[in-house]
Every structure is written in structure tokens, then in C-alpha cells.
Design a protein around this ligand. Structure first.
Ligand SMILES: [Zn+2]
Length: 219
């Protein structure tokens, strides 16, 4: 099974990817992990990415494509996988298709997790983080509240809302997501690969829906 997971920030696709990859023995390929791994191994693309990361800049599209191509170029290339966070744009989708074709791999499905925008804002804007570097515990006002309001259970430090989790920031990121992925969704829909999963509700419920979508027409 070779899958791409798509969905807005906060939709829970990372959690679902982790569950499915464990149960079905798929490699869970998150862009952040590829980046860290390439940087650690000092690969050519990894070294180029390092300068962006160290300057606090976003790694450009083409470089992300190179990182992915590099990950698939070795003999240990992923054969059964879930892509989580890549491709993000039409340019990346086309580059990824070339990489897969080169290695004789084809996609099984592209899964789009759908969550109502207001629900996403509620999820993300409710996050609280422990600012202490050695702790970094995370909480959620509704789904995972600390025992004492606003205080870290583990180290007693007052919790903060990260800049990324502020309502304004999340709405901006959602707007970018919609702009970028509209084309991507069309692209995969035309190829008949796209399936939608309703991403609201409890994690096991969403997982059940995911399995239903993947196991239909299996084989
Ligand atoms: Zn803490």
C-alpha cells in the first residue's frame, strides 16, 4: 500500500498515519523527519537544507523535492508507505510522480481528511505548551487539560500558547493550505486516486472510517 495523506493543519492526519503505519507495517514518511534525517546524514540536499533551517527560513519547494528524491534513490527506498506533509503543492506532486515512476512504484490512494474550519481553529487554538526547554509538554484546554489550570503537570511551569497556535496564525495557515491544495486535490481526483475521510470525532472513529475507505475495492 502506497498512500498520500492530505488535510489541513490540525486535522489529525499525523495521528492517523502513525496508527495505520504501525498496524499495516507501512513506513510513515513525514517531511520534518526526512529533513532531519538528511541533515543528520549530511547528504547533498540535507546540507543545502541546513542553511535554510539555520537561517530560520522555509526550505524551498524544489529542495524538498530533492530531499524526497534522495530518500527514494537508495536501495533501502520505501516500498510501502504513507506520505504525511508531502506533496503539498502541484509542483511537488508532479515531482513525486516522476520519482515514483522512475522506481516502478505507483500510488494506491490519496486520502483527504476533511474537518470543518471552525473545528480546526478550536482544536489548534486550545493547545497549551510548557515553555521549559527540558519539558515541552503539551496540553489542550478541552481534550487534555492540565490538572491545575494553566500549570504544567510535569514541572509546574506556567503554560503558554505558542505563536503557531494563535487563532490569527491558524486562520492564515488554513488560507495558505486551501490555496495550495485546491490544485493538488483536483490533480489526484482526476486520476481517480482521491478518497475523502471525515476527520471529526474521536481518533478511533476516524480510524475506522479510514480503514473503510482503504479496504473498499482492496486487492
Ligand atoms: Zn513542563
Amino acid at each position: 500500500m502506497r498512500l498520500i495523506f492530505l488535510g489541513p493543519p490540525g486535522c489529525g492526519k499525523g495521528t492517523q498515519a502513525k496508527l495505520l503505519s504501525e498496524q499495516r507495517h507501512l513506513e510513515h514518511i513525514a517531511t520534518g523527519d526526512i529533513l532531519r534525517d538528511a541533515k543528520r546524514r549530511g547528504t547533498p540536499a540535507g546540507n543545502r537544507a541546513r542553511s535554510y533551517i539555520e537561517a530560520g527560513k522555509l526550505v524551498p519547494d524544489d529542495l524538498v523535492n530533492d530531499l524526497i528524491a534522495e530518500r527514494f534513490s537508495g536501495e533501502d527506498r520505501p516500498q510501502r508507505f504513507i506520505m504525511d506533509g508531502y506533496p503539498r503543492t502541484l509542483n511537488q506532486a508532479e515531482a513525486f510522480e516522476r520519482v515514483l515512476r522512475q522506481h516502478g512504484l505507483n500510488l494506491t490512494r490519496v486520502v483527504l481528511f476533511k474537518v470543518d474550519e471552525e473545528e480546526l481553529v478550536r482544536r489548534v487554538a486550545g493547545r497549551l505548551s510548557c515553555p521549559k526547554t527540558s519539558c515541552k509538554a503539551t496540553y489542550h484546554i478541552i481534550s487534555r487539560p492540565p490538572q491545575r489550570p494553566g500549570i504544567c503537570d510535569l514541572c509546574g511551569t506556567p503554560l503558554v500558547q505558542r505563536e503557531d497556535d494563535k487563532e490569527e496564525t491558524i486562520r492564515e495557515r488554513l488560507a495558505v493550505y486551501h490555496r495550495q491544495t485546491a490544485e493538488l486535490i483536483d490533480y489526484y481526483r482526476k486520476q481517480g486516486l482521491l478518497r475523502e475521510v471525515f476527520g471529526e470525532g474521536e481518533i478511533p472513529k476516524v480510524y475506522e472510517r479510514l480503514l473503510a475507505v482503504l479496504d473498499e475495492e482492496a486487492g
